[in-house]
Design a protein around this ligand. Structure first.
Ligand code: MN
Length: 501
């Protein structure tokens, strides 16, 4: 069973008629074997569909147009078994609106040193056929991924799989609907931005609602529905005594369940894939949604707080890209630091809304005052993220473009149990270290909100940024601040010029 059941990539092999029908028959057979081999591999998360070998400009254009209009096709893997003169590809590649990966591989692993003859040479030409194809893709200024190596190698298949995950996220983003309850938090800069440009570049649509639209759904929830969900809470969490049946705050738990049911129905009815809330604007809701948001995120919805629609959409895309992988993905915020020299780290959390997919064990369900927002105490689940590698990512609007900033991190255990901290959290050491990483993040204009994942790596996000054609900067183990500052300056010039008028 593939992780992306309703998605597929097409395997397209380029050739020409110069070699004769016999050679083309072998090309087709080999291509089919590669497509099937990839498709059957456990490392590959979606179907790879073989397409007949293309040998003319018309056939190339047609397969690109077919890919554009096929709702399940998320991209093409393109391979040159032989030499396919690349002028034939110009019209097709110009028309193609789906991502493509250039697989620079060969059917055979080894050169048959003692038997090799000119027939073999004529049939196995990807070493130069791939370069001819690559030239025209570069000449056309097309973003794509190039993967080099034998198609059966695990590292090659893993690179293909990473690209497929990015393509799945990109496919999901285009046309996605994001629901925003109320506006951006007043006076906050980074959470706002150009929604028209976001739709042009990133493909999703942000629709705004008054909180009253949500309240209308919450008010319709019946007692029987609340009974059912509260029973699930009782079963699934370590429930604080005051929230248990007969406890002094049981009604608060029931109200939290009511928010979850109403919010879920609202999102389902409108076909929304992500949403934002704003604690400043909760008119008609008694609590800020906490447990509701945490559970909806765990079910695959993107989310960010304070009207941050860009991070909500990014968290959704990251969740799609992470599908079926070990480790969770959540909305996150760099909250406070441990600045002990030689042992600096970040405590990440939010007021409430951290996704349960990153919980290390059964979360506890608790109620505590919020201290801000002036509403009733909200119910939230509390847990800590497990140790291991991860990433935090942010997309910001720089006025003339979007920039994705990604930091590779190592999640670590808290130094001591966080007995009094009433929110879910993750503790991490950013790469290369907090001092360099935080300076680089700040110089890049990265947000205080991020998408946090222990499932996907920076490469998936870079492939996604390439598909969206937005700027990507990585802060990782080899980041050097002086070089990083230069990269930002060079990018300023590149994106100024490349945008044109
Ligand atoms: Mn926040």
């Amino acid at each position: 069973m593939k992780q992306f059941e309703n998605m597929e990539v097409w395997f397209v092999t380029g050739s020409q008629h110069l070699y004769g029908d016999e050679a083309l028959k072998v090309v087709a057979e080999d291509s089919q074997k590669i497509a099937d081999g990839l498709s059957r591999s456990d490392r590959i998360p979606m179907r790879v569909v073989y397409k007949p070998v293309v040998t003319t400009p018309e056939a190339i254009t047609q397969v690109c147009l077919d890919a554009n209009s096929d709702p399940n096709c998320v991209g093409l893997i393109v391979w040159m078994h032989t030499f396919s003169p690349a002028k034939m590809w110009i019209n097709g590649l110009k028309a193609l609106h789906k991502p493509f990966l250039h697989l620079h591989t060969q059917f055979n692993v080894e050169i048959p040193w003692s038997d090799i003859d000119m027939d073999f040479m004529n049939l196995n030409q990807s070493a130069h056929g791939g370069r001819e194809f690559g030239h025209i893709a570069t000449r056309l200024r097309l973003n794509r991924k190039v993967v080099v190596g034998h198609w059966q190698d695990s590292d090659v298949q893993d690179e293909v799989a990473v690209w497929m995950r990015a393509a799945a996220g990109w496919h999901d983003s285009r046309g996605a609907r994001i629901a925003r309850f109320a506006d951006n938090m007043n006076e906050v800069a980074v959470t706002d931005g150009d929604k028209v440009e976001a739709q042009i570049r990133l493909g999703y649509l942000v629709r705004n609602f008054g909180v009253g639209d949500l309240v209308a759904y919450v008010d319709q929830v019946t007692d029987a529905e609340v009974d059912r969900l509260v029973a699930e809470y009782d079963d699934r969490y370590v429930v604080a005594e005051e929230l248990q049946e007969g406890g002094s705050k049981r009604e608060s738990l029931r109200y939290a369940a009511k928010i979850e049911i109403g919010l879920r129905a609202f999102l389902e009815d409108g076909g929304y894939k992500a949403f934002t809330t704003n604690f400043e604007t909760l008119h008609g809701l008694k609590q800020l949604p906490g447990i509701a948001v945490q559970r909806l995120m765990a079910d695959g919805y993107g989310f960010a707080a304070e009207g941050d629609w860009k991070t909500a959409a990014l968290v959704r895309a990251m969740k799609v890209m992470a599908k079926g992988l070990k480790g969770g993905t959540s909305f996150m915020e760099d909250y406070t630091y441990h600045l002990k020299p030689g042992d600096m780290k970040v405590l990440g959390a939010h007021m409430l809304e951290v996704c349960e997919s990153i919980a290390d064990k059964k979360p506890s369900l608790e109620i505590h005052p919020l201290s801000i927002g002036g509403k009733a105490d909200p119910v939230r689940s509390v847990f800590t993220a497990p140790s291991g590698p991860g990433v935090v990512a942010s997309i910001v609007d720089l006025g003339n473009r979007f920039r994705m900033v990604v930091n590779e991190i190592q999640v670590v255990p808290p130094d001591e149990p966080l007995k009094k901290l009433p929110v879910a959290r993750a503790v991490w050491v950013p790469k290369p270290n907090l001092k360099v990483a935080a300076a680089a993040w700040i110089l890049a204009g990265g947000a205080h909100h991020s998408g946090f994942s222990q499932a996907i790596n920076a490469q998936v996000l870079q492939d996604y940024a390439d598909m969206a054609d937005i700027e990507f900067v990585l802060i990782g183990s080899s980041t050097n601040l002086s070089e990083f500052k230069k990269e930002l300056r060079w990018n300023q010039v590149y994106y100024h010029l490349s945008k044109g008028l």
